[in-house]
Design a protein around this ligand. Structure first.
Ligand code: AP5
Ligand code: ZN
Length: 217
């Protein structure tokens, strides 16, 4: 199956995608993670993306589509994918439709995670992840069970993202409303959209998403 998670920065796309990955054996495809890896490796795409990401703006469609296309061609993606942070523009959505059509696939569900902008600033500014396995945490909402030790891998090193400061979050939210929110209509017209209230508890939202995946597959 192919599942899309739509929602502004901090809506919980990454958190929920990781939970769905574990529960259904699907592959989480985050263009944000792929771009951060390209920046860390200093690839051509990474060099072009770095400043744009630090400003909270969208990386060019050409770069993102090329990265996504390569990753989607990996054999493990045949198990099914959860797209987290892609598509983010109409051009990307149309490119995805074409890529899937080429391999005889289609979008089974697009879920819009509905949240308040104000709460997103709090969520993002408290966020950190395990440097070892990437598990996400939050200063107030999701601390490791043993302080300073990752629940998933036992790692003791954590990191914060360069773009997780109040100023950059404001431009990321603005980019979302201007360029990505129109995709809610795009997928509603395609008949695959479900909206989920994503202001509640992480586990309750995960249960709603699991029901959507069950119904769509
Ligand atoms: P990307 O990495 O995709 O970041 P984003 O969309 O800004 O999303 P986030 O990762 O910030 O949030 P999330 O929704 O995953 O929330 P999370 O689960 O972590 O993109 C980064 C940049 O890369 C972009 O700005 C752009 O420059 C570029 N880029 C990426 N893809 C692109 C594309 N397709 N086209 C062009 N450019 C692209 O949750 C946030 C925090 O809240 C966590 O701490 C979590 O523990 C906590 N939390 C989660 N759910 C809840 C809840 N229900 N209640 C309380 N706390 C919660
Ligand atoms: Zn870990």
């Amino acid at each position: 199956p192919v599942l899309i998670l739509l929602g502004p920065p901090g809506a919980g796309k990454g958190t929920q995608a990781r939970m769905l990955e574990e529960r259904f054996g699907l592959v989480q495809l985050s263009t944000g993670d792929l771009l951060r890896a390209a920046v860390a490796q200093g690839t051509e795409a990474g060099l072009q993306a770095k400043a744009v990401m630090e400003a909270g703006e969208l990386v060019s469609d050409a770069i993102v589509i090329a990265i996504l296309r390569d990753r989607l061609a990996d054999p493990d993606c045949a198990r099914g994918v959860i797209l987290d942070g892609f598509p983010r523009t109409t051009v990307q959505a149309e490119a995805l439709d074409r890529l899937l059509a080429e391999s005889g696939q289609k979008i089974d569900a697009a879920v819009s995670l509905e949240v308040d902008d104000a709460a997103m600033v709090t969520r993002i500014s408290g966020r950190y992840t395990c440097a070892g396995c990437g598990e996400g945490y939050h200063d107030s909402f999701k601390q490791p069970q043993t302080e300073g030790t990752c629940d998933k891998c036992g790692g003791t090193e954590f990191k914060r993202r360069a773009d997780d400061n109040a100023e950059t979050v404001a431009s990321r939210l603005q980019a979302y409303h201007a360029q990505t929110a129109p995709l809610i209509d795009y997928y509603a017209r395609a008949g695959v959209l479900t909206s989920v209230d994503a202001m509640g508890e992480i586990d309750g939202i995960a249960a709603r998403l699991a029901a959507i995946v069950d119904a769509a597959t």
